[in-house]
Design a protein around this ligand. Structure first.
Ligand SMILES: *Cc1c(COP(=O)(O)O)cnc(C)c1O
Length: 374
């Protein structure tokens, strides 16, 4: 029996940093300062700088980052937020939690990202925010989106949870709209030891509002200007993330190298694969950081089982588009409304791309996919 190839192997990364991570945890425990504090402030400074932003605001998760960003834009009942139906639930869930309405727009079939041509038609007087998602680590078409936002005086919030370090025309994700939302969920490119998130912005006033909102809307303790939430980043998470952060670019480069190797390996198999599998495209404007390497595959579900039986881990991001989720039935969408998102949900399959994946494993993944189609 050959060794398993998981979709993601976090052990490999942890083993290489174990001593430094344990020392960092030890320092926080010795300080007994667990909420915000110097480790969080330093991480906020580092991530803001990395994302070409003036400010970073730590919070409890990527989902909360989105919620806080929408709150900072004053989104509430009667407002509309335009976003993609092909994303993780939090993108639209946060809108619903604020009593606002999600207006979905179909995706571009090449990049899986929101289709800018379709956004214009979805804008109404009620539109308050456009929220593109930089899906799988590749930035959405931000010039077009920002133009539309400016012309209609609406804010742009980036769901950059999968895209730390990604670039659009040499500018970093998180600096491309008013507010960027990041997640440190363990499977993200920079993952903590639990939940964590970060907001980035180049607007100092917005940053201050976000800081207030994450602490129940109080700038001065016990004096509340807004109704906020409790969503802070733990010192323990920040300390661990600060150990890992200096390696992020190296890991991203390894992901990009693995993507390149996949392209070469699939190429070797020629037409037997070419007719059945489509590899993810890189937009010329984007620097893709490959949080996921998502292929489109014929007979996707059978291929997935075939790979699983042979010890190869994959995942379906995402099997049911957001507009068809039971909890959003009230929005009135139906099957067929967003054909590209629905087709992607049928065809998309993420295969292993993590930085430590070696050549032999990649070759086995591609050979196994090829043998499925023989
Ligand atoms: C992971 C993710 C989130 C949410 O982040 P959490 O930290 O898990 O709350 C939001 N949007 C997208 C696109 C994500 O991938």
């Amino acid at each position: 029996m050959q060794p398993k190839i998981p979709l993601l192997d976090l052990n490999a990364q942890y083993r290489s940093l174990e001593r430094d991570i344990q020392a960092a945890v030890g320092r926080v425990l010795a300080s007994q300062q667990f909420i915000l504090g110097p480790e969080v402030r330093e991480l906020e400074r580092e991530i803001a700088g990395y994302c070409q932003c003036s400010d970073g605001v730590g919070c409890a998760s990527g989902s909360d980052a989105i919620l806080l960003a929408l709150m900072a834009c004053g989104v509430g009942p009667g407002d509309e937020v335009i976003t993609t139906p092909f994303s993780f639930f939090a993108t639209a869930g946060s809108v619903a939690r604020l009593g606002a309405k999600t207006v979905f727009v179909d995706i571009d079939e090449i990049t899986f990202n929101i289709g800018p041509d379709l956004i214009e038609r979805a804008i109404t007087k009620k539109t308050k925010v456009i929220m593109p998602v930089h899906l799988f680590g590749q930035c959405a078409d931000m010039d077009r989106i920002n133009e539309l936002a400016k012309a209609n005086q609406v804010a742009v919030i980036e769901d950059a949870a999968q895209a730390i370090g990604a670039e659009y025309k040499q500018r970093r994700a998180g600096s491309l709209g008013l507010i960027g939302c990041f997640s440190f969920y363990p499977s993200k490119n920079l993952g903590g030891a639990g939940d964590g998130g970060m907001l980035t912005t180049n607007d100092a006033e917005v940053a201050q509002t976000l800081r207030d909102l994450r602490s129940h809307g109080a700038r001065q303790k016990y004096y509340h200007n807004h109704v906020g939430i409790n969503s802070r980043l733990d010192s323990l998470q920040a300390a661990i993330l600060r150990v890992k952060f200096p390696y992020l670019d190296r890991w991203t480069e390894a992901r990009r190298e693995n993507a390149k190797k996949y392209r070469a390996l699939f190429e070797e198999h020629g037409s037997s694969i070419a007719n059945n599998v489509r590899l993810p495209a890189e937009s010329p404007s984007a620097h893709h950081v490959y949080n996921q390497f998502v292929i489109r595959a014929k007979d996707r579900d059978d291929l997935r089982s075939f790979l699983a039986e042979r010890g190869i881990g994959t995942e379906i991001y995402y099997p049911l588009p957001l507009h068809l989720q039971a909890c959003f039935r009230g929005l009135g969408y139906k099957s067929g409304d967003f054909p590209e998102a629905e087709r992607a949900a049928q065809e998309a399959l993420a295969i292993p791309i993590y930085p430590e994946l070696d050549d032999a494993a990649q070759r086995r993944v591609v050979d196994t996919i090829s043998s499925f189609y023989q």
